[in-house]
Ligand binder design. Structure first.
Ligand SMILES: [Zn+2]
Length: 250
């Protein structure tokens, strides 16, 4: 199994990162896709991947990028730093990048999010890398930008839109990231998405340390992908859809 989206460089793992990663490998997590949220986070993610190399740990691949909610005063410098990092060839993807309009009314802030997202999509084109996209309450603008950069694909992490939007993203070649939200009884929208898209377009992700499985409190980890996969496959079986099977190489 592989976890398509997590943050093991997060301080939530500072006390026991090594033990957690060893345990994950023991339990069958072969690979983890780690995502940065800004330059400091992306560098920390790369450091984590470098430090925990070897047979006793899962293989860690890193997405380096600027999350829409972490765009601060020096974002031009951050983008320049990101480009330098991508040139080094150390990152496997660009992200998390994207748009998050939730609770943001200020049009200037939204516009800056779009600029920074589009700059990162251009970097994907330039360096031939996939993107890891975070998008909330911004379906229309996200789709418009994905269409404007058709050669770029990747993961729409923590997918939060309708089955109709999912179908349009899949048609553009994107993977739909399904996380622990599906374990919540009220999550009708993602449940529809989970049965409507082709099996090969779904990637299961923990978003650890965030988003614990429904009913749990505290820190999440990649073992939750077993519960997510089970929940997705139960729904797909009921709907007569082909089951998903998350292989570490996909
Ligand atoms: Zn995340």
């Amino acid at each position: 199994m592989f976890d398509a989206h997590a943050h093991y460089h997060d301080k939530a793992f500072d006390d026991d990162r090594e033990e957690v990663l060893k345990l994950l490998k023991n339990k069958g997590i072969k690979r983890i896709f780690e995502a940065g949220e800004n330059m400091a986070g992306s560098l920390a993610a790369l450091e984590t991947a470098e430090r925990y190399k070897g047979d006793v740990y899962p293989e860690i691949s890193v997405a380096a990028g600027l999350h829409p909610l972490y765009i601060e005063g020096v974002w031009e410098d951050e983008l320049q730093g990101l480009e330098e990092l991508l040139k080094s060839g150390k990152a496997a993807a660009v992200g998390e990048c994207g748009l998050d309009y939730r609770g943001i009314k200020d049009e200037a802030v939204r516009k800056r999010q779009r600029e920074v997202f589009e700059a990162q999509l251009c970097m994907c084109e330039e360096y031939g890398l996939p993107a890891v996209v975070h998008s909330l309450d911004a379906a229309e603008d996200t789709l418009r930008l994905l269409r404007a950069h058709k050669t770029v694909t990747g993961l729409l992490h923590g997918f939060a839109y309708s089955a109709e939007v999912a179908a349009q993203c899949v048609a553009l070649g994107w993977k739909i990231g399904i996380g622990t939200v599906i374990t919540r009884p009220e999550a009708a929208k993602i449940k529809k998405v989970a049965v409507s898209v082709p099996a090969e377009s779904i990637l299961v992700e923990s978003d650890a340390p965030y988003m614990p499985v429904f009913g749990n409190k505290g820190r999440n980890d990649s073992l939750s992908i077993f519960k997510i996969t089970e929940a997705v496959n139960k729904l797909r079986e009921e709907a007569g859809a082909e089951k998903i099977c998350q292989k570490p190489e996909s």
